[in-house]
Design a protein around this ligand. Structure first.
Ligand SMILES: NC(=O)c1ccc[n+]([C@@H]2O[C@H](COP(=O)([O-])OP(=O)(O)OC[C@H]3O[C@@H](n4cnc5c(N)ncnc54)[C@H](O)[C@@H]3O)[C@@H](O)[C@H]2O)c1
Length: 430
């Protein structure tokens, strides 16, 4: 039974901690967010994760009741009771600039509590080179111990998608490298408790770190490509979703669907982890940078679709926004395109009422029911799908929205155009 300390109890850390606990490990989770610790100890989490028919809330309560998981904010205390330390603290990006200080702060705590024989496994997505160049010296300095001699150090990227975390910790192939062979072996042994899929051992931590960032950027670029096609098709007066369907009948083409932008912690941030290293190395990343700009421009494009359907001046308009999460069926609204669409609409003078029952964040424009969002709305924009929003209750939409031909901007290709027309709406798709 391994004794594990999980630093960071967010979208990755909490389900990962519980995955180890469910398999018999003794896990102490550490987070600086006191409200989060309080909630977790009451068995509360807003995450939408499931495993074998149980919700993450049920799993959390079960594992706490069985004494295999506890959440605290005291890092040094957690370190005393553990010899396997996993770090899942992210590197936030704001205004295209990354901030590595939270990760380094945690490494200081970990270093101060490090004991001989401990393993430190970094699972955050990082700027290539971070584990060797920044984490390792910090751990050595704080602990007075030597990596490879006194403690083990390894990096393994985290690849889960929110909403599928438990399943993907188990079944998604993973990649791993340590600072030396014993570190790799030790980390492999730990990860194998949860991961049943192949764990590729790479030749260096830099390979795994770079691969992770590139995996995220490649998805960002794929989405940017189809978002650009969407803008072209709109101008052509043809339906991008039909074009994608037709193009994908080619056996070597696999286009994704377009959307209102790309949000969440992972894809939009990745370029800003690669750029600093590329600048240091004197490498241009023009294609990748352009792709990011294309995705960042999508909320403006969606807002313009709304504005061009308005039959009243924006300052007199009311717009209902449905779905605030960064992707369908998620509670995560970090960097959500919906927030950017709303900002554009508000800047143009529109009054926005947004509804998303799964997103816990509070905003002035957020309302508590579908009815409040729809009441008096001239138009509606669907930005992400969500359980708990009655999207097919078109009679309710018609009853509550303004009577003179209200419109729906459907960024998800959710509605059947014939039905929408029959119910008396104008429909605008991406
Ligand atoms: N969210 C995803 O789907 C996903 C998928 C793959 C990889 N990742 C990567 O995993 C890492 C974590 O992502 P996340 O979405 O779980 O982030 P998150 O923001 O949900 O969780 C991070 C947690 O760390 C805590 N924290 C910050 N500083 C701390 C400190 N000094 N001590 C203790 N706790 C501290 C925060 O309070 C927060 O709860 C990131 O590097 C991210 O890029 C995320």
């Amino acid at each position: 039974m391994k004794k594990i300390c999980m630093f960071g109890l967010g979208f990755v850390g909490l389900p990962l901690a519980l995955s180890f606990a469910m398999r018999g490990c003794q896990v102490t989770g550490v987070d600086i967010d006191e409200q989060l610790i309080d909630d977790l100890n009451k068995g509360i989490t807003h995450h939408l994760e499931f495993y074998e028919g149980k919700s993450i809330q049920e799993i959390l309560q079960e594992q706490m009741a069985q004494g295999r998981f506890r959440a605290i904010n005291d890092g040094p205390a957690a370190m005393r009771d553990s010899d396997h330390i996993i770090v899942t603290i992210g590197i936030p990006v704001d205004g295209h600039k990354h901030d590595i200080s939270p990760l380094l702060e945690v490494c200081r705590t970990v270093g101060a509590g490090l004991k001989k024989g401990d393993l430190v496994l970094i699972r955050s997505t990082v700027i290539p080179g971070t584990t060797r160049d920044l984490v390792l010296p910090l751990l050595e300095k704080q602990s007075g111990l030597r990596a490879g001699q006194d403690f083990y150090l390894a990096y393994s990227s985290e690849r889960i998608a929110e909403g599928r975390a438990f399943h993907e910790f188990e079944h998604m192939p993973a990649a791993l490298a340590g600072i030396d062979e014993p570190s790799t072996e030790k980390a492999l042994e730990l990860m194998s408790i949860v991961t049943r899929a192949t764990i590729t051992q790479a030749s260096s931590m830099e390979v795994v770190e770079t691969s992770k960032v590139i995996e995220n950027i490649s998805r960002d670029v794929d989405i940017a490509m189809v978002n650009e096609f969407a803008r072209f098709c709109k101008a052509m007066g043809i339906d991008i979703f039909e074009v994608v369907r037709v193009a994908n009948t080619h056996q070597r083409v696999q286009l994704l669907n377009p959307g209102p932008g790309v949000g969440g912690y992972c894809l939009p941030n990745a370029l800003f982890y690669l750029l600093p290293k590329a600048e240091e190395l004197g490498v241009d990343l023009n294609l990748l940078t352009t792709a990011r700009q294309v995705n960042e421009a999508m909320p403006r494009f969606v807002a313009d679709l709304v504005l061009r359907n308005l039959q009243v001046p924006p300052s007199q308009s009311r717009i209902a926004v449905l779905g605030l999460a960064m992707k369908d069926y998620s509670n995560d609204d970090r960097m959500s395109p919906a927030l950017a669409v709303i900002e554009c609409l508000q800047k143009s003078g529109c009054t926005v009422k947004a509804f998303d029952p799964a997103v816990p964040s509070r905003y002035d424009f957020k309302v508590n029911s579908l009815k409040e969002a729809l009441a008096g709305a001239h138009g509606l924009v669907l930005l992400s799908l969500q359980n708990g929003i009655e999207l097919m209750n078109l009679d309710l939409f018609r009853e509550l929205m303004t009577p003179d031909l209200p419109f729906i901007v459907d960024t998800k290709n959710f509605y059947d155009p014939a039905l929408i027309k029959e119910k008396g709406f104008r429909l605008e798709r991406l």
